[in-house]
Write a protein that binds this ligand. Structure first.
Ligand code: NAP
Length: 501
């Protein structure tokens, strides 16, 4: 019997470091890492110790024998990953991280933001015994997207906030909440006060879409809907008006689109015991959305959602999931490999956009680009087109879910093209390519708005490695000391660290 990793997997690889037999892959040094939907347990090598289940921050790991009927597919999904791979050596050589140079002295780092990227940055820094971290957040509540981005019905994923708490309460951590960098304190002051400043500010805007009508009432960002159902302090209780809304069209088919589609068509009684905001729950009880169209400009082979999120829509008894497109759309779905996200839609009925329906439904529309949003005083339709034709879909609410984009932080160079802080591998750079001393970036502000919570762990560790390396190089006294000690008696860097203690 083995354990299996299921839908909630956040990819942060906490399970990998505790597995005694190296049976969880891909590991951060394997090419697939960050590209697979989940991490996978090799049932051929798993010794059933359960260490990974204890370490998992989001409760995604379960013994195969205890998978629920809905989860049972994950036994195969885990095993499938290893189909054409050799069995691992049962007791792979353990790897120990090299002692960090900054153990030699105290370092004091400011982290701007308290979301997942900020958390993993602090976790890596606090492994250095004499480090201190000060978090700054313009909000008075910590957690960033882990608190205000994860859908309320994703109970397992939301549990990661409990893990975050241990870092925020760490004795070497200070919290400056309700303090906005750029308004209440500037980058110059921070750089004088701390050895390093790490920006973990995420991506707070939408990618732009240049079509007419997006400014009409009834056309809003999916980001607003996410903030609304999660009670984000910046999003007013009436920012989403569902009055009279029967049909919603979501532009884009990433996981944000699927989260919004699932919540808008959920049974409010199922949401009542979650952390959903009271105003969103009241609105969902009062108004019944009958149809959500998830609109993708490309075919199913390019679906941006993950298979597990798509599957979660299929398991609900009172909501039909159907496909709109050409007959080739169905054959493309049928030909997709099982691991492809849209393969989850195999067997779904093909319908016409706007066709009558009796049950609530989610329509995955493929190969139709949004051309315009129409209406007089508010949205009443969206014009969508293929290469050959265009048609109007009746809709009362349009949600833009085409991805997030960063916004500039005052005093920090910003790359308008990518919507990220200008950087090379986490080191902030000026536009002429020179380094901004002591300034770093992690997470979506560094690499753009892709990846889930756990993807930030390795990303943050790489930036912390760069930070530590730079601090070591910046201290002439310490560098001189190391050289002297190295040449005097020590043979290796490990020896130097021991000598210094
Ligand atoms: P995303 O995954 O980047 O998806 C963006 C979608 O917008 C794609 O379908 C894309 O289509 C479409 N799009 C982009 N530009 C467009 C345009 N000009 N016209 C029409 N469509 C356009 O973005 P996201 O949904 O915001 O998610 C961001 C990240 O957060 C993702 O990595 C996601 O997995 C993660 N996330 C995960 C979860 C979860 O695990 N539950 C929840 C939320 C978010 P093309 O492919 O054609 O460009």
């Amino acid at each position: 019997m083995a354990f299996a990793i299921t839908q909630n997997c956040c990819n942060d690889a906490s399970c990998l470091s505790v597995c005694p037999v190296n049976c969880i892959h891909p590991t951060p040094d394997e090419p697939d890492f960050g590209k697979t939907e989940l991490l996978y347990i090799d049932p051929r090598s798993c010794i059933d110790c359960g260490a990974c289940a204890d370490a998992c921050p989001v409760d995604a790991i379960t013994p195969v024998s205890r998978l629920t009927p809905e989860q049972s597919i994950y036994a195969d999904i885990n095993a499938d990953y290893y189909k054409d791979k050799p069995t691992d050596p049962a007791w792979a050589r353990p790897r120990f991280p090299a002692p960090a140079v900054s153990e030699l002295r105290k370092i004091d780092v400011a982290i701007i933001g308290t979301g997942p990227a900020a958390y993993y940055t602090a976790q890596a820094l606090l492994r250095l015994p004499r480090s201190r971290v000060t978090f700054y957040d313009r909000l008075k509540t910590v957690g960033g997207l882990a608190r205000y981005g994860v859908a309320p019905d994703h109970l397992g994923t939301r549990r990661i906030n409990e893990h975050f708490r241990s870092i925020f309460a760490h004795p070497r951590v200070s919290m400056k909440l309700g303090v906005e960098v750029g308004v209440d304190i500037d980058q110059q002051t921070l750089s004088e006060r701390y050895d390093a400043v790490v920006y973990a500010v995420g991506a707070e805007n939408d990618r732009p879409l240049d079509i007419p009508g997006l400014d009409l009432p009834g056309s809003i960002s999916a980001r607003t809907v996410v903030g609304w159902y999660n009670g984000h302090p910046d999003v007013a209780a009436d920012a989403v008006d569902l009055t009279g809304v029967r049909s919603v069209t979501i532009i884009g088919n990433g996981n944000v689109a699927l989260d919004a589609a699932r919540i808008l068509t959920a049974d409010p009684d199922d949401l009542a015991s979650t952390s959903i905001s009271p105003h969103a729950l009241a609105a969902l009880r009062k108004n019944r959305v009958e149809e959500v169209v998830v609109l993708a400009r490309r075919g199913p082979e390019f679906a941006a959602f993950t298979r597990s999120e798509c599957k979660a829509l299929l398991d609900r008894p009172h909501v039909d999931v159907v496909v709109a497109g050409s007959p080739e759309t169905v054959s493309t779905i049928d030909a997709l490999p099982p691991a492809a996200p849209a393969s989850a839609l195999r067997g779904a009925d093909l319908v016409e956009l706007g066709s009558p329906h009796s049950a609530r439904r989610i329509v995955f529309a493929f190969g139709r680009a949004p051309l315009a949003v129409h209406g007089d005083n508010g949205v009443d339709s969206v014009l969508v087109g293929t290469e050959d034709d265009s048609r109007s879909i009746s809709t009362e609410l349009v949600l833009l879910a085409i991805g997030y984009r960063g916004t500039p932080s005052a005093g920090v160079p910003f790359d308008e093209h990518s919507g990220t802080i200008n950087n090379v591998d986490g080191r902030v750079t000026n536009h002429d390519g020179t380094l901004v001393a002591g300034c770093y970036v992690v997470g979506w502000a560094k690499r753009g708005a892709t990846g889930g919570i756990g993807d930030n762990k390795v990303d943050a560790e790489l930036t912390v490695d760069a930070l530590v390396e730079d601090l070591a190089a910046r201290s002439p006294r310490r560098t001189r000391d190391w050289h002297r000690r190295l040449s005097a008696s020590a043979k290796t860097l490990e020896d130097v660290v021991i000598l210094d203690r």
